[in-house]
Design a protein around this ligand. Structure first.
Ligand SMILES: Nc1ncnc2c1ncn2[C@@H]1O[C@H](COP(=O)(O)OP(=O)(O)OP(=O)(O)O)[C@@H](O)[C@H]1O
Length: 283
């Protein structure tokens, strides 16, 4: 496997404030990588730098082998981008939105029509092709954004909070679309602050907090590093958490307590590790 996205000592400073701080990260071809972090952590800024929408203040970003500062057009040909703000035009139809994007990418007419058909079917919007986008639900608009981002056959798809604000059922549907694309070989970088999204979709995870990468790896690696078992102890209206290497070790600790009132054990999860690392909840 080779790195599809390579960030090396990347900094971004806005008005003297550092919002991405010495970020180094490789995303391998074929993986789904999740950048997880609370609001303001620098996730969107990282995506904006990798997609040529804003320049890094310092460091190197190479996407599909091209430098984002020096080879912007090459980078743009290789990537699809789905940003948080729905950037589809509500007064155009679904088809017209796709058509516009296809023309912007200079896709020849016959190929363009075929690709529009394929991707609209893939995201289950084929029957809405003649409807104005403003009549679509939030989930449909997000699916249209994804279809549009795929039209020029990108190698890497960037998704900034792809399911934010969607109901659980719609979110699951999008997850299946994202998974299906990855099974076809698409490399993806997505940002989220939903733990389940990361657990369901991502091969590897980077936790970003206040512009810094504070943890990197698979969920199994995180659990191995921080502890796979948790002892929870109720203290008034809050719970204290204590990590143990295994669930068995957590259970043994609990068994040894003379008074087990308000105590329980369970396997650790991503949220526990996030709170342990940052001292804060995600939302
Ligand atoms: N164009 C800009 N000018 C000035 N500051 C900015 C700009 N864009 C982002 N910021 C600031 O940079 C910080 C990181 O923002 P960013 O949007 O990257 O975070 P995020 O992790 O994506 O958060 P969210 O989950 O809320 O989208 C924030 O403090 C934000 O206010």
């Amino acid at each position: 496997m080779s790195a599809a996205v390579c960030l090396q000592n990347v900094h971004k400073v806005y008005n003297g404030v550092s919002v991405v701080n010495d970020l180094s990260l490789n995303i391998e071809a074929g993986e789904v990588f999740g950048l997880l972090g609370p609001n303001g952590a620098g996730k969107s800024t990282t995506i904006r730098m990798a997609t040529t929408l804003t320049r890094p203040s310092d460091g190197h970003v190479v996407v599909a082998g091209y430098d984002v500062n020096r080879q912007q057009l090459d980078v743009r040909r290789q990537i699809g981008v789905v940003l948080q703000q729905t950037s589809v035009d509500g007064d155009l139809t679904v088809w017209e939105n796709m058509e516009l994007h296809g023309r912007m990418h200079h896709i020849p007419a016959a190929q363009r029509r075929a690709a529009i058909d394929t991707w609209l079917e893939y995201v289950e919007l084929g029957d809405r092709r003649n409807d104005k986008v403003k009549t679509l639900s939030g989930g449909m608009k997000r699916r249209l954004q994804i279809a549009r981002a795929l039209l020029h056959n990108p190698k890497i798809l960037f998704l900034d909070e792809p399911t934010v604000g969607l109901d659980p059922q719609t979110r699951r549907r999008l997850w299946e679309i994202i998974r299906g694309l990855n099974q076809q070989g698409m490399t993806m970088l997505l940002t989220t602050h939903y733990m389940e999204e990361v657990e369901y979709l991502c091969d590897r995870i980077g936790i970003l907090d206040q512009g810094k990468l504070i943890e990197l790896g698979t969920l199994d690696e995180f659990r191995h590093r921080h502890g796979e078992g948790i002892v929870m102890t109720q203290r008034g209206d809050r719970w204290d958490y204590q990590f143990f290497p295994t669930l068995d070790a957590a259970n043994t600790h609990l068994d040894q307590q003379p008074d087990k009132t308000g105590m329980m054990t369970r396997p650790s999860n991503l949220e526990d590790i996030f709170v342990e690392l940052t001292g804060r909840n995600l939302d």
